[in-house]
Write a protein that binds this ligand. Structure first.
Ligand code: TYD
Length: 216
């Protein structure tokens, strides 16, 4: 049995990737593929506890390195418990955020040397990197508008990371383009300001191309 493909979805808060993940999963299942959808931080019972520590306001004095290591700890459990077993069983794994979120949010965003963030995360993830990473590109203005709409719809305020505001989102958005240039084989950027169905089609085509390359 061939290994499943590992696809991560990335982008600044409010880029629309979570809605796309559902559409992608549905499309791939219709094509007869076994697919799981999972997310970070979280994806396991331990990961959800860590998620709560990271996103709540209980630890507003969390140091950048403690934050980076907590994301990595959630990832370590997620890879061991969920991602690797599914990939070995031949299942497609679609993950809402993975290692690149740490490189951008903690590395470029909080100015921890990116090589340190990368190395810690390679250890955490057992060097399991996505086969394809799709970065959703949106303007900072649309990201902020979508984020506000989501918060209004769920009657919730910003979480601890979202509360860092526009300057941080701007840094994060620019960071993703820097990463795409660093890892051109793995990371593709898609224009996420288009209608959702054409974004799904675009990503499905990229997945098919990858399958032909990987499994030819
Ligand atoms: P979430 O509500 O899942 O945001 P989104 O729907 O945008 O994915 O919250 C996750 C937050 O954690 C988000 O602000 C990005 C941040 N994050 C990091 O800072 N580093 C990481 O490694 C990961 C996985 C997420």
């Amino acid at each position: 049995m061939s290994r499943g493909l590992f696809i991560s979805l990335e982008g600044p808060d409010g880029c629309g990737k979570t809605t796309q993940a559902q559409a992608l999963g549905q499309e791939l299942r219709q094509q007869g593929k076994a697919v799981i959808f999972t997310r970070e931080p979280g994806g396991t019972a331990l990961g959800e506890v860590i998620r709560d520590m990271l996103l709540s306001y209980r630890h507003t004095n969390m140091s950048p390195r403690a934050e980076m290591l907590l994301y990595a700890a959630s990832r370590a459990q997620h890879v061991e418990e969920v991602i690797l077993p599914h990939l070995r069983a031949g299942t497609f794994v679609i993950c809402d955020r993975f290692i690149d979120s740490s490189l951008v949010y903690q590395g470029l965003g909080l100015e921890i040397p990116i090589a340190d963030v990368y190395n810690v995360n390679l250890v955490a993830a057992q060097a399991c990197l996505p086969d394809l990473t799709v970065v959703f590109k949106v303007s900072v203005a649309s990201a902020c508008a979508r984020l506000q709409a989501k918060q209004a719809a769920t009657a919730s305020g910003p979480d601890r990371i979202e509360a860092r505001g526009m300057e941080y989102i701007t840094k994060v958005s620019a960071g993703y383009s820097q990463l795409a240039a660093m890892f051109p084989k793995r990371i593709v950027e898609v224009d996420a300001e288009r209608d959702p169905s054409s974004i799904t089609r675009d990503i499905i085509e990229k997945i098919h191309a990858l399958e032909r390359g990987v499994r030819a």
